[in-house]
Design a protein around this ligand. Sequence first.
Ligand SMILES: *Cc1c(COP(=O)(O)O)cnc(C)c1O
Length: 388
Amino acid sequence: MAQVVKGSFPVEKFVKVQTPFYYYDVDLLNQTLDLVKKESSANNVEVHYAVKANANPKVLSIIASKGFGADCVSGNEVKAAVEAGFPASKIVFAGVGKTDPEINLALEYNIFCFNAESIPELEVINELAAAKGKVANIELRVNPNVDAHTHHYITTGLNENKFGFNMDDLESVVKMIAGMKNLKLIGLHFHIGSQITDLSSFENLCVRVNDLQEKFESWGVKLENINIGGGLGINYEHPNHMPIADFESYFRLFAKHLKLRAGQTMHCEPGRSLVAQCGSLITKVTYVKKGKEKQFAIVDAGMTDLIRPALYDAYHRIENISSDADEEKYDVVGPICESSDVFDKEILLNGTKRGDYLAIRSAGAYGEIMASGYNLRRLPQGYLSTEF
Ligand SMILES: *Cc1c(COP(=O)(O)O)cnc(C)c1O
């Protein structure tokens, strides 16, 4: 019989819920969060969880309960973060296209700061804050032109991307903000990309930030925070062997290479690395279809439930958690009327039959939150392991 290391799931209890659904392993989530808490506290770093990775209210409230802050990219995320228990004083709001109602909502909550990305945005925040008689804290999102060596859809720190201010424009922006009574410049913000596994990209970022800090000093500006964004990658190939990202090396790298000034605090915004590995998309095999040269495991989850393979050609490990039979080769495909609705091709699974449960692993980030109703499908539900 094949010896396959698989995740552990209470498969016999899955009958009580409808597939496909997201399963979140609370023990692993807690272990991950506790490690991040320990390492960040030891290095005096403030962590803001990037809500866009997974905004399931049950997951959010576990993260909030650990005392982390939240990084939001829409008004609804700000609202969801507050409702989940994140203190408004630890919420930052980023994004290139913040609308007036979103900015007003954030001002009403008195969030910690706006990570601003353009001059017209600064003008609008200043105006809306003035109308409320408030002063809004601002971090300038700077595009550091650092290559994150990741998928081009999730590289964000290059000159060609839409994000942030160009470094060349900063001096005039700083002068402009000095004349805006309802804005207070408190820091700089960077985010170079996502699923970064080559830590040298972060080292390059530190070099840019250090240079930039000298410029700000020469302009006489004192910065309270340096926010280095998110982006730490996880191991999609080996979720069972590497369930927690290497946060020790990550925080050590910044402690070593980022030159903070007296009184300055480093902030970071991990999303994927906090929640990806604790989540699996659980799906049931509807049919096993034998073709001439292939066999297909046709499952009840599709690209509507987890779009990463179709959108980024992303790899997710798939396990048959109902079977110990000898391994065979399958293409695992969904029911959606699109050729890209394929989770993986020619992979080995324990002998698979109709009704078996498959776990599509490392799906806790950019999974449930990116689900759509295409083909009029019902949105997948998310359940904590403690609910079974
Ligand atoms: C997406 C995003 C993050 C989180 O990125 P991860 O790769 O999930 O860690 C953090 N900050 C900003 C501004 C983002 O857009």
